[in-house]
Design a protein around this ligand. Sequence first.
Ligand code: DAH
Length: 338
Amino acid sequence: MSEILAFLKTIEDEAKTAIENASDKAVLDSVIYSYLGRKGKLAEISRGLGKLDPQSRPQVGARLNELKKRLTDLAEKKTGILTSTLTSADTFDYTLPGKRAFVGRRHPLMQTVDRIVNIFRGMGFSVATGPDIDTEFNNFDALNTPEDHPARDLSDTFYIRKGILLRPHTSTVQIRTMQAQKPPVRIISPGRCYRSDTPDASHSPVFYQCEGLFVDEHVTFGDLKGVIIQFAKDMFGPRIKVRFRPHFFPFTEPSAEYDFSCMICGGNGCRVCKNSGWLEISGAGMVDPEVFRAVGYDPDRVTGFAFGMGVDRITMLRYRIGDIRLLYENDVRFLRQF
Ligand code: DAH
C-alpha cells in the first residue's frame, strides 16, 4: 500500500514537471493525453485498482481522484497561460479602461493668434515682430504721443528705467518696421503687452494685441474698413456686422474705434454685450503724417491705415470665456478644454 502511494507521488511529480515545462500548447496537450487521457497513466492505474486488496482500495482510490483533480487544474491553468498573449494572465484585466495619456496643445490665445495670422496672410499681410521691452521713443514719441499724455504715466506703463519700458501696445512694431523698410508695408504684429492694471474679469496686466499696418500710395479709409470687415467675417462667420465710431488716437487721423456685432446673442442684446448688441474690439485709423515724418516716410507720397486688435477679447468671444485671468493662470483643467 505504501508502495503504491509512493508510486502515485512519483507520477504526480513527473506530471507536474511535464506540465510546467510544456513550452507550447501541442506539448501540453500530449502531456495531458499521456497522464489524464482515457488511455493515460492515471486511467491505467485506476483500472488496476481491482487487483488491490479491498482494504487499501478506498484510500488509494481517493488519492487517485485527488491527484487527477490537481493535475487537471494545473493543466487548465497552464493552457490559459499558453493561449494568452499576456504572461500575467491571472492578474491582468483587459476589460478595464486604459490610462488616457494627456496630449499637450496650443494655448487658446496662441490658437487665436494662429487664426488671426492665417486670415491676414490670406489678405497679403506678413508677420512682423518686435521686443516686449522697447524704447519710450518707439512707443510714444514716434507715435506722436504728447509729452503729457496720461498713457506715459508710471501708473499706466511699466518702466524698466528712464526711456525704456514694457510696451503697453504693439504699435511700437509699426515704427520698427517702417524704420527698417521702405514702403509699401503690409504687416500684422501679434504680441504680448503690459499695462499697470489691477487684474479683474476683463483686465490683466499682461495681455495680447495684434497690430496691423498697411502703407502704400493711395491707401484709403475704405481699404481699412474692407480689411476689418473681411477679417470679422472670416473669424466669426458671414453674419457678423462691423461698425466704426469716431475716436482719437495720437498716431492716426482720422481715428476710430471699431465694434463687432455680438456673436453671442446675434446683436439682440445680452449680458456679454451689456445689452448693446455690440462688442468693442479696438482702435484704428489713417496713419498720422507726423508718424510718417518720425520714421522718414514722405507723407505727401504715401498714406496708410493702422489698427489694433485685442487678442484676449477675441479669444474670450471665440471660446465663450468669461474671465481673462483664466488665460494666464495656466490651470490644466481649464487649458485641456481647448
Ligand atoms: N494702440 C492702441 C491701443 O492699444 C490700439 C490702436 C489704435 C492701434 C489705433 C492702432 C491704431 O494701430 O491705429 O489701444
